[in-house]
Design a protein. Structure first.
Length: 213
């Protein structure tokens, strides 16, 4: 059986008839929880494709973490075979069902990452040898600004592409991912630009950009 064409019809709850972005409402009843679903509002989740594209499931996972009705969604779509729903992929839901461990109720609050300042971004990009032209163009600063920030912290741009970042070994792909993230690109945009999985971007971000304290 072929997967139905759900493209451009909103998140999984939205495609089931609960789009709240245009004021649509549901009568009180067992399905009224859908009004609170994050993916039912196109103002919050602009790109519904993340729920149907396996390479972008990590982006969908981040949206689900912010959803107040993830438990109800998981209960409703446990057996669905086509989309990321309830905070899990189809294969993950299958495992949960087979082991009898289906998490319902309030989702775990997402980890809050520290906000990066312009100075943080400039210093990291200099260490990553991103190039002054790229840094200035994307961050809207001058070459002198970059030089002053780097000099003030005793940071110099490496003469060759670095194989480590702040004491941790990194591949060239990881370096490119970090450059994209520090320039302010969304993880899915970085993944698209580099032709890699969103999961790879998330892994690099968590290991090198926001290492566990």
């Amino acid at each position: 059986m072929a997967a139905p064409n759900f493209r451009s019809r909103g998140g999984y709850v939205q495609l089931m008839g609960s789009d709240t972005s245009n004021g649509t409402s549901l009568p009180p009843g067992p399905d009224s929880w859908r009004l609170q679903a994050r993916c039912a509002d196109r103002n919050l989740v602009e790109d519904p494709d993340i729920f149907y594209d396996e390479t972008r499931y990590e982006d969908a996972r981040q949206e689900c973490k912010l959803c107040p009705v993830r438990g109800q969604c998981l209960d409703e779509f446990t057996d669905d075979r086509f989309a990321f729903a309830g905070g899990m992929s189809p294969s993950e839901r299958k495992v949960w069902v087979s082991t009898g461990k289906i998490p319902v109720g309030p989702p775990t609050p997402p980890e809050v990452k520290p906000e990066l300042t312009l100075e943080d971004r400039v210093l990291a990009l200099v260490e990553l040898r991103a190039g002054y032209g790229l840094i200035c163009r994307r961050l809207g600063v001058s070459v002198r600004d970059v030089a002053d920030i780097a000099k003030g912290h005793g940071v110099e741009m490496p003469e060759k592409r670095p194989e480590e970042f702040r004491g941790k070994v990194m591949t060239e792909l990881a370096r490119q991912i970090l450059i994209g993230l520090y320039l302010g690109d969304l993880p899915r945009v970085v993944a698209d630009k580099l032709g890699c999985l969103a999961a790879s971007v998330s892994k690099v971000r968590d290991r090198l950009m926001y290492p566990a304290q």
